[in-house]
Design a protein around this ligand. Structure first.
Ligand code: G1P
Length: 270
């Protein structure tokens, strides 16, 4: 089973900082943001993390490649803790596929179809961090309890934010699980079927990957993952896990990135 991390975006909101440094490589307390996401994937049931990269963002691959010379230098200087950290991150089981054109999240995910084969897969969006690594195992439990159905994490958001997200329609089947009837990408508030927004963690059936091959551009002219999820509901059940907002940390804007740095730093000092 693979965990896919789409990372081919331009990082527009962080320009000019992201002109030479990929957004995913921006520091969050003590490591690049994407390292949290890779670590979360590797701590889950996935055996490999697949980063969907662009050819312009080589720094991501350098970060997850071995660097024996640096490790050796650090050891010679007695800096073993740093040497261990460098060695560890260079040995993570990470591979790459490439999205040649930024045609949308659904298109990015489809770029990894040869990797996922006929298995369920996770999609982890890099804009949100889940440092406690507990969300994916819980999503797996919900999937197992419902015959292997797809499960997506959702979070309650205030009215003024619903139009920034994918939003679900459905019914609660337990305290924190909903059965999904429909999904809409970035609806206007008056069209939003609920306040439960797609958060950025997905456990998806292989049928979603097949359907992505035929999804037409939707909102913003982009091939939307949400549209493939809505389409798969004609054939399969899907569930939403309502997460505690305190478990997820947004880094998608400068403001939220700063806030996340502050919160995670404070947690570490506590
Ligand atoms: C993407 C998804 C959206 C989801 C959001 C979560 O949107 O398309 O459904 O709610 O991530 O962060 P984006 O933020 O890429 O526009």
């Amino acid at each position: 089973m693979k965990a896919l991390i789409p990372a081919a975006g331009l990082g527009t909101r962080f320009l000019p900082a992201t002109k030479a440094v990929p957004k995913e490589m921006l520091l969050v307390v003590d490591r690049p943001a994407i390292q949290y996401v890779v670590e979360e994937g590797l701590a889950s049931a996935a055996d490999e993390v697949v980063i969907i990269n662009s050819h312009e963002k080589k720094a991501i691959e350098d970060h997850f490649s071995p660097n024996p010379e640096l490790v050796e230098t650090l050891r010679t200087r007695g800096k073993d803790a740093y040497a261990d950290a460098v060695e560890k991150v260079g040995n993570y089981n990470v591979s790459y596929v490439y999205q040649e054109e930024a045609l949308g999240l659904g298109h990015a995910v489809y770029c990894a179809h040869e990797k996922t084969g006929n298995e369920p897969f996770y999609v982890l969006l890099g804009d949100v961090l889940v440092p406690n690594n507990k969300m994916l195992p819980r999503m797996q439990e919900v999937s197992d309890a419902h015959g292997g159905a797809s499960v997506i994490a959702v979070m309650p958001v205030p009215d003024e934010e619903v139009s920034r997200f994918g939003v679900i329609a459905g019914v609660a089947v337990s305290e924190d699980v909903w059965k999904i009837d429909a999904l809409v990408e970035k609806p206007a508030l008056e069209d939003a079927p609920s306040n439960l927004a797609v958060f950025g963690r997905y456990l998806l059936s292989p049928r979603v990957m097949e359907l992505l091959a035929d999804v037409k551009p939707g909102v913003g002219g982009e091939i939307q993952l949400t549209d493939a999820l809505d389409a798969v509901l004609q054939e399969e059940e899907m569930y939403a896990l309502v997460i505690d907002p305190a478990d997820g940390f947004d880094t998608g804007t400068i403001e939220s990135w700063l806030d996340t740095n502050n919160k995670l730093y404070a947690q570490r000092q506590a």
